[in-house]
Write a protein that binds this ligand. Structure first.
Ligand code: PBG
Length: 329
């Protein structure tokens, strides 16, 4: 600290004075977590009467469209106002056609959500990887993941989500130019008011493991390092964010959260736009696993984690802990 000290420090200064009781601590807390900040990811699958626990994500479920009602009711009762929808289709092909079909799984889920609970903000994850047979986020030629040829399909998917009720679309594929492509298609079709949360700084990460299990979206060959970011790079993440903002993103995301909190802070300070952080599947499952082993207090670790994400500057936290946290807040 370089501001001038008013006194010589201890014993005149004792920082413990403001930590003396819970009420004092609460009064002077710099950060507060609110249920309004939380977004709950929802996995929606084909079939009927499905409520299938995801093995690698204890406490998280895949729901069929007809079972969404009970889940939405619980979310609303807990005060959670936003969901992030992931569709898990039955059939996949090279071009991910189920991603942009009017009666695709995400589209039906979005219609149902808006039908049942119009006040819940339905954010849709826009990506092809759950829908392509090769599991990559774009079209593939040989071993190459094609950029420009994928943009049309990604934009088409976003439009189809908006047409079926998505309040916000969130492209997560990391192709160059996708935010602009999505913005143009939305604007050309009367959805100029639909916001985009861009997964702007999304890193190739080992922390997505449980999600890929849940969504069956692991790549069949290679990995995602030719499109998702290299975790050694911070300045480049700021360029990704800046470009997405220039292309029309309304809010930007850093993903994963915990190993990247420095970038959440830098993004917030550099651009002062709404920043979302995605507390991803691996971050959730690590706490759950350690809690189950009796090695940490899972509940305390959860609140500490979510508070640290907020403290780092995130305005919005996407987290599988949303329901559990809401119960404690
Ligand atoms: C789709 C997508 C992924 C996640 C969110 N959207 C997986 C990936 O990029 O492989 C990961 C979410 C999580 O791990 O919780 N591209």
């Amino acid at each position: 600290m370089n501001h001038k000290r008013l006194n010589p420090g201890y014993p005149a200064v004792r920082l413990r004075r403001l930590r003396g009781s819970k009420s004092l601590r609460d009064l002077f807390a710099e950060t507060s977590l609110s249920v309004n900040d939380l977004v709950y990811p929802l996995f929606v699958t084909e079939g009927e009467n499905v409520r299938d626990e995801i093995t690698s994500m204890p406490g998280q479920f895949r729901y069929s469209v007809d079972r969404l009602e009970e889940e939405l009711e619980e979310l609303e009762a807990l005060g959670i106002n936003a969901v992030l929808v992931f569709g898990i289709p039955d059939s996949k092909d090279d071009a991910g056609s189920e991603a942009y079909r009017t009666d695709g799984i995400a589209q039906r889920a979005l219609r149902r959500i808006k039908d049942l609970r119009p006040k819940i903000v339905a954010i849709s994850d826009v990506c092809l990887c759950e829908y392509t047979s090769h599991g990559h986020c774009g079209l593939v030629s040989g071993e190459e993941i094609l950029n420009d040829q994928s943009l049309d399909l990604i934009a088409k998917t976003a439009l189809s989500h908006a047409q079926n009720g998505a309040d916000i679309v969130a492209p997560s594929d990391m192709m160059d130019g996708r935010v602009g492509a999505v913005r143009r298609v939305l604007d050309d079709n009367g959805f100029e008011k639909t916001p985009i949360i861009s997964y702007a700084a999304k890193f190739a990460s080992s922390f997505y493991g449980p999600f890929r299990d849940a969504a069956g979206s692991a790549p069949r060959f290679g990995d995602r390092r030719s499109y998702q970011m290299d975790y050694r790079n911070a300045y480049e993440s700021l360029r990704e964010i800046e470009l997405d903002l220039l292309e029309g993103a309304d809010a930007v995301m850093v993903k994963p959260a915990l190993a990247y909190l420095d970038l959440v802070r830098r993004a917030k300070e550099a651009f002062d736009v709404p920043v979302a952080a995605y507390n991803v599947s691996g971050e959730y499952s690590m706490i759950k696993a350690a809690d189950r082993m009796g090695w940490i207090d899972g509940e305390a670790a959860m609140i500490e984690t979510l508070t640290s994400i907020k403290r780092s500057g995130a305005d919005i936290i996407i987290t599988y802990f949303a329901k559990e946290a809401a119960k404690l807040l």
